[in-house]
Structures are given as structure tokens and as C-alpha cells.
Design a protein around this ligand. Sequence first.
Ligand SMILES: Cc1ncc(COP(=O)(O)O)c(C=O)c1O
Length: 394
Amino acid sequence: VDIKALLAPAAASGGSAWAAAPGGPVAISFGGGLPDPVTFPAEEIELAMKRVLRQDAAAALQYGGLMGFEGLRERIAAKVRREDGRTIGADQVTLTAGSSHAISLACFAFVSPGDSVLVEAPTFAGSLRAIRSYGARIVSVPVDEHGLSIDGLEARLAELRTAGRRPKLLYTIPNFHNPSGATMTTERRRRLVELAREWGLLIVEDDAYGDLRYEGEPAPSLFSLDEAGLVLKLGSFSKVLAAGLRLGWAAGHPDAVAALVSVRHDMGVSPLIARTVAGYAAGGGLERHIQRLVAHYRAKRDLMVAALGEHCAPYVRFATPAGGFFIWLALAEGVDPDRLAEAAAQESVGYVPGTAFFADGGGRRNVRLAFSFAPSDDIERGIAALGRALARSV
Ligand SMILES: Cc1ncc(COP(=O)(O)O)c(C=O)c1O
């Protein structure tokens, strides 16, 4: 049968997440932005799940409703109230199958085919695929070491106005950006929120990495700065607890949250998982875990930064990220990216080429390294291998 002939546009345009990952298996992978499996608190999760099954089996094993388990939504709302200084209740939070699901729901609810959606260039490749699959016209706005360029955004907005097109939504990762590692300055955040109000633009603020800060003080979230109800803030338990739970959330104006819920046809996330996470987080378990993660990933980042200095310095430039999982390399002039791909495969070290993170070209001379996943003991060896590959690519 010719299944391809039957495909709807979303599937025809999509391509899977893994199809974007280059090359075959490698001995040391700095490719995927995966959490470190040694950090997964399996025993505590087991205990929490056992407790749920002993005390609340009927509810935990039943359909749980489209909004998701209220106890966990209340816990998330309390965190948002505490950190963002906004008075929101559990009715303004909905649970999703990871934050990537929340991104899909936001597109489903707000993006019609042909609508313009503003994204950062570069940006998270999974979000690009999602946004594209809803038929959006993707409009790229540059990112520099201070995050999304507001001058770049204003230029794009002016072009759209001239073309008679009104952008619907802007997707941004203000903290420890994937892939660039950059964090948006407070000044830019303020201007972005002002522009959103001026243009009636919905901002999807993806804060997948915000809790993994290795130094400095947090900048105010876009959600905290927004008085107009135009910011939808997304969070995830993937990076701070376990990606396999498939649990994330969206918080925002009640109408925006209701819109996300209205396009769900899957009966909601797992009540068993949501109750387990709520039970684990109760009594400060999650907070303590995040403190341990921060120390763990900070040490891995420092290992990678030191190894890059030792083995790769003549061939790359990079800024040290203050949090998150990624170091974004700019290749020095003489380095040939295609030869680097070949040499890195021979050295059996994996990374993601920069091109994966741009909607319309760009990134040929960039490489994303994740320091999160590879065992700490492999980081120095892997970066030494990358250094040899770089030396052969000049
Ligand atoms: C910026 C960003 N958003 C969302 C996700 C998806 O995470 P989740 O597991 O919550 O769907 C990732 C994962 O790599 C990410 O980097």
C-alpha cells in the first residue's frame, strides 16, 4: 500500500524527532538534550506511587479529567504565585503530556493554516516541527547572547505589517535557551511583553529549564511581567524529575487555558502519574531533588567548559550558559562542518548540527553540545575526541 499518498499535511510535513538526529550510534553522545539517568529518583518515585495506589487507587486508576489532577495543579499554581508574584489558582493550570504536548495544544488552539508564528532562530527543533505541522508560516527572529533580539522582532513585525499579515503567536525559551544557552535580559523581557500587548500577540513562554540555574539571580518571567493575560507559561517535570513521566503543564489566562483544554481529545494525562508526582513533591522532595540536580549539572557543565578550553579552543567559540543543558558552539572560520560531521562519526562522538534548530537555513557553522546526558566520566574523553575531529576538519 502507498500510505504516503494518504497522509494529511501534518504528517507529510512532520518527520519524527529522531529522524532529525544525524548519524548512527556513537560511543559518547552530546546529542540529545536528555536528563542524566543517574539522577532519576526511582526509589522515591516507587514509594510515592505505592502510597497513591494504597490510598487513592480508585481515583488514580480512573479517568482523571481533561485539566488533570487538581492536587498537582494547585502545587504548580503555588509555585507560580511564589516565583512570579501572580495570583493564579489551580483553574489556570492544566497538565499535559510533557511541555511539548502543551506546545502542540497551543498551536492546535490558536494557529490556523497560514497564520504567522514568530520563533527564535535558533530554537528547539521539536517545537519547530510542531508549529510547522499546524500549517503555520514560521517567521524567524534572531537570538544573541542576551536572548531574543527585540530589534530583530520589531523588524519582523514591521515587515509583517507591510505585508498585511498579523502574527498570532510568538514562541520563546527565555531561560537557558535550547540550543543557544542564552538567557533573555530583563530589559528585553519588558519590551517583549509591551510589544505583545501592542500587537495582541500570544506569547508561549517555554520554561523547561528555568529551575536548573547554576549561578546568578533569576530574571522575571514573561508571565510575571504581563498584565494583559497574553503569556502562556509552560513547564515540565522532564528535566527536573524524569522525562519518562511525560508530565508538563501550561498556566495562563483562564480563557487561554480553556482553549488548550478544548482541543484535547485524549481524556487527559495519567492520574496515577500526576498523583505520584504530587505525592513526591509534597514535603519538599522535589525541591531537594532540584538542589541536587543543580549541583550535578553545574559540575557537568564545568567539566565540559574546561575540556572545551583544553581540547577545542582554536576551533570554536562559545558562551558559558548559566543554566540548562546546552553549550552552543560557533565553529572557527577554517573548520568545515561537513568534514567535522564525518570526523566526529569516526571518533564516535555525537552532537547535533546547528542546522536542526533553524526554520529557514542557518546554523551551518554551529554545533549544539548537551552536557546533561553523557556520564561525567565520559565528558573529558568525548570532548578530546571532538577536539581531534575538529583538528582534522580544518
Ligand atoms: C525548550 C524545550 N521545550 C520542551 C521540551 C520538551 O520537553 P517535554 O519532555 O516536557 O515534552 C524540550 C526538550 O528537550 C525543550 O528543550
